[in-house]
Design a protein around this ligand. Sequence first.
Ligand code: CUA
Length: 360
Amino acid sequence: MRRGLGGHLRCLRVAAIPAVFVFLASCASNAPQDTLSPDGPIARKEGNLFLFVFAIAAVVFVLVQGLIIATVVRHRHRPGRPDPIQVHGNTKLELGWTIVPALLLVGVAFPTVFTIFDIAKEPTKNVLPVEVYGHLWWWEYRYPTLGISTANELHIPIKTDVRLSLHSIEPGLPAAKGEEFATGVIHSFWVPKLAGKQDVVPGRVNKLTIRAERADTYHGQCAEYCNLSHANMRLRVVSQEQAGFDGWVAQQRKPIDVPQSGDAAAGFALFKGKGTCIGCHTMQGVQGAVARVGPNLTHLMGRETFAGATFDITPENLHKWIENPSAMKPMRPEKGTGMPKIPLSDNEISQLVAFLTTLK
Ligand code: CUA
């Protein structure tokens, strides 16, 4: 039975529905992790390569699918119609569709290989080295040339190649003989607007260069499944004008101002004592507070987020967090990964929060 015009229109309408959904899915006004809108020279090189390969792939796709659809429609079976002309064994056609794709692949290979070598190059001028440590489930950053360390929110100066060395460690777990720390699991450091993903692999050091041209805050995410709170292993890169960055560094170098009275002083006593916080956290200026199981808290309030850049830093959130960390973010403290629940009274937690909020 031949399908009338109405039937064809109905087919088109059904086909249009998924097309509209695909189109709408590409419309986001707020997409801080949009890999298709790169915002640094390295991400832009990767983006340009993607667009180049995508354009070729799109032309090939439309051409091949178009030919298939046209052939199916034009040569579909009708009563009494003879078989169409067969082209099997046509040497010219066979050579053509072997050579053209081979040439296309060569055309894709050259810029791909050049880009890979280009972005893997060790930068030489004006480089800031940063050691990145993937933990379960947060990021530690150490600046060996500046003598500072921070967590989750990586500050960088603009117009500077920042050379990241990526490590995976788990200081909360027993280390192998002769090693300082236990090795962790595989993570992946990813700030889509600044650079492509780079795996963070236990037992080896991968390198990645990022560079921002303007001051902004870039969002990122661990991009390799790392168990329970993989989704809550986020990160931010804060790019600053050189003067602003220098100011931040100077602040990070300072020890804490030890609170002398009130709730904050009581909280400080809890931090060192009953709260057992110094067993896991670094706090500059506090004797014995040098551990790297959890983040360096010396300048906690200088950050906007905590717990893997997952929650806003507010007194309410900090209180909730200390009350029962695993309720906010799934972790496994009993296995040595993640923040444990410390048996403190509600009033003690308030005192601890009063102390933490003094850490500018
Ligand atoms: Cu770390 Cu996923």
